[in-house]
Design a protein around this ligand. Structure first.
Ligand SMILES: *Cc1c(COP(=O)(O)O)cnc(C)c1O
Length: 296
């Protein structure tokens, strides 16, 4: 049925800043869950797909930009679990490695102008209003089911952490993690890093899915110019991080999250002796569309 065995080990990360500040920093390798249904995307899809299956829907319809990790994850999951899939893609027709892999997994793509894209239920009804089998999945997999899947990350932890770091797009993953912290009554502080400019709105998005309204920190100053924007500083940080740890991170999500963790550590934000967990939410194929930004 709809299940994947989760392989997501926790590994220690060494960095001179962490040593200097006496911090024990670990990374939860959700990127290793599946090469394409990567990281938080599998956690977010799990209960969405279960719901589709229970409602006897065999056609997944979802939304994303041309580099959407969610679109690709849905295409791969659809193929794996026997669904048909359509991706409604924002903007004019283009081709890239993400969309190639979507099509390779059998996903049909419909390109749509940016104005229509804003009205997703209308788009769904226009194209699939007569398709009894069609099942709507929101952009990025944002849903209560998605948050429930992400909360299960906390079930897998075998040691307590003082702090957990996570990148935010829709905020579903961060909300799920906070719910997991609440469910296990942990004394863990969540740090959510929006990858957009003016990311304070993520608090409202997260609120839709919170079952445990615990305090957490939203660090809105690590967007590096906005969604998928980079700076030479971020790129250099990623180059050094990958070369010195052997763990791939990318500029859109995990690079910004990891930068924030190192920056806050350097600024003395954490008590010496703290145990900190960074969530690797996957998405490393995004690197392939950005090779030109690197100096290596
Ligand atoms: C989609 C994605 C996120 C954002 O997750 P949300 O639940 O939408 O906040 C974070 N990191 C990576 C690598 C992603 O692909």
């Amino acid at each position: 049925m709809i299940d994947l065995e989760i392989y997501s080990p926790v590994q220690k990360i060494n960095h001179p800043v962490f040593t200097e500040r006496d911090l024990h920093v670990f990374i939860k390798r959700d990127d290793l869950i599946h090469p394409l249904i990567s990281g938080n995307k599998w956690r977010k899809l799990k209960y969405v797909l279960k719901k589709a299956f229970e409602q006897n829907k065999n056609h997944l319809v979802t939304f994303g930009g041309a580099y959407s990790n969610h679109l690709l994850a849905t295409a791969a999951a659809a193929a794996l679990f026997g669904f048909k899939a359509t991706g409604i893609v924002r903007g004019e027709e283009v081709d890239n490695s993400h969309l190639f892999l979507c099509r390779l997994h059998g996903m049909k793509l419909i390109f749509t102008d940016r104005e229509s894209y804003r009205h997703k239920p209308d788009l769904f009804n226009r194209h699939f209003g007569n398709d009894e089998q069609a099942f709507f999945i929101d952009e990025g997999g944002a849903s209560a089911e998605g948050a429930l899947g992400c909360s299960e990350l906390l079930d897998e932890l075998i040691q307590p952490y003082d702090d957990i770091f996570c990148a935010c797009g829709t905020g579903t993953t961060a909300a799920g993690i906070l719910n997991g912290i609440g469910k296990h009554q942990l004394n863990t502080h969540l740090h959510a890093i929006p990858v957009f400019k003016n990311g304070a709105f993520i608090a409202t998005e997260m609120e839709r899915y919170l079952t445990y309204p615990l305090p957490y920190s939203l660090h809105t100053e690590y967007h590096f110019g906005g969604y998928a924007k980079t700076t030479p500083e971020l790129i250099q940080f990623i180059e050094r991080f990958v070369a010195s740890t052997g763990i791939l991170i990318e500029p859109v999500y995990t690079g910004k999250m990891m930068y924030s963790l190192v920056d806050l550590a350097a600024k003395g934000h954490f008590k010496p002796g703290s145990h900190i967990l960074a969530i690797h939410t996957g998405g490393i194929l995004g690197l392939l569309g950005m090779t030109g930004k690197f100096n290596v």
